[in-house]
Write a protein that binds this ligand. Structure first.
Ligand code: ADP
Ligand code: MG
Length: 245
C-alpha cells in the first residue's frame, strides 16, 4: 500500500427522492489498500459502491478516481468502468456463454483486444481462481461459489486498478463462502486495491487495512480492524457488532 489515493470521495451526497442515502460521505482509498465497509442493511453501502463506479449518479460532492473526476458519460465513463471492476452478490454471468467466454467478453467487446491475448489471460485467471478445468462449461453447471470465482476472474480480465465487492458471499451456501473469501484474500495480499462490502467479519479482521462503519447514510467511524473490533467508538457500531458477532 502507498499513501497515494486512488479513490477519493469528498462530501458526497445522494438522495433517492426524500431519502438522504449518502450524507456528506468523505472517504479516501489508497493504492493497494483494502477497505471493508460494514453496517446495517439499508445504510447506503451498495449505493456507495455504485456511486464509485458511477452506476449511480450523486447529487453533490466529488469523487475522483486515479486523480481524475468521475466521468459522466461517453468514452471516459467506459474507461472508468473498465478500471474499476465490480463483483455483485448475484454473479450475473451470461447463462448462454461458457465460463471462458464470460471471462473473455469484456476485453474483446469493450477494449477490442485480440482473441488470442485475451484467451491466454482468461485461462490464466481461471487457473488463479481454481476453475480452469471448467472453462468450457456453462454457468448453470457450476456451484454458486465457482460462479462467483468466475465473476472475480471476469472482473480481473479487464485488468482493473481497483475492485469493488458488494456482499460477494451473501448469496452463497455457507460451505462455499470460504473458497470465494480465499480468492479475495489472495488478491488483497497481492496488492489489489479493494472496497469490500461484507458481513464476513473474519475477512475484515484478516484482510482489511481499514474497516469503515456506515449507518443511515453516514460514515460513522473508520479504523484498522484490530482497533475497530477491540474498541468501536460509536454506540451504533457497538450495537451493530453485538448483533452480528
Ligand atoms: P445497503 O447496501 O447498506 O443495504 P443501499 O445502498 O442498498 O443500502 O440502500 C440505502 C437506502 O436507499 C435504503 O433505504 C434503500 O431502500 C434505498 N434505495 C436503494 N436504492 C434505491 C433506489 N434505486 N430507489 C430508491 N431507494 C433506493
Ligand atoms: Mg447492499
Amino acid at each position: 500500500m502507498t499513501d497515494e489515493a486512488l479513490i477519493v470521495l469528498e462530501s458526497v451526497n445522494k438522495w433517492f427522492g426524500p431519502l438522504h442515502v449518502l450524507q456528506d460521505v468523505s472517504l479516501s482509498v489508497a493504492r493497494g489498500e483494502v477497505v471493508v465497509v460494514i453496517g446495517p442493511s439499508g445504510s447506503g453501502k451498495s449505493t456507495l459502491c455504485r456511486a464509485i463506479n458511477r452506476l449511480e449518479p450523486i447529487n453533490s460532492g466529488t469523487i475522483t478516481f486515479d486523480g481524475q473526476p468521475l466521468a459522466a458519460e461517453g468514452r471516459a465513463l467506459a474507461k472508468l468502468r473498465s478500471e474499476v471492476g465490480m463483483v455483485f452478490q448475484s454473479f450475473n454471468l451470461f447463462a448462454h456463454k461458457t465460463i471462458l467466454q464470460n471471462v473473455m467478453l469484456g476485453p474483446i467487446k469493450v477494449r477490442k483486444e485480440k482473441q488470442a491475448v485475451v484467451r491466454d489471460r482468461a485461462m490464466g485467471l481461471l487457473e488463479r481462481v481454481g476453475i480452469a478445468n471448467q472453462a468450457e462449461k456453462y454457468p448453470a453447471q457450476l456451484s454458486g461459489g465457482q460462479q462467483q470465482r468466475v465473476a472475480i476472474a471476469r472482473a480481473l480480465a479487464m485488468q482493473p486498478k481497483a475492485l469493488l465487492f458488494d456482499e460477494p458471499t451473501s448469496a452463497l451456501d455457507p460451505e462455499m463462502v470460504g473458497e470465494v473469501l480465499d480468492v479475495m484474500t489472495s488478491l488483497a495480499r497481492e496488492g489489489m486495491t479493494m472496497v469490500v462490502v461484507t458481513h464476513e467479519m473474519g475477512f475484515a479482521r484478516h484482510a482489511a487495512n481499514r474497516v469503515v462503519f456506515m449507518a443511515d447514510g453516514q460514515l460513522v467511524e473508520q479504523a484498522p480492524p484490530e482497533e475497530f473490533f477491540a474498541n468501536p467508538k460509536s454506540e451504533r457500531a457497538r450495537d451493530f457488532l453485538s448483533k452480528i458477532l
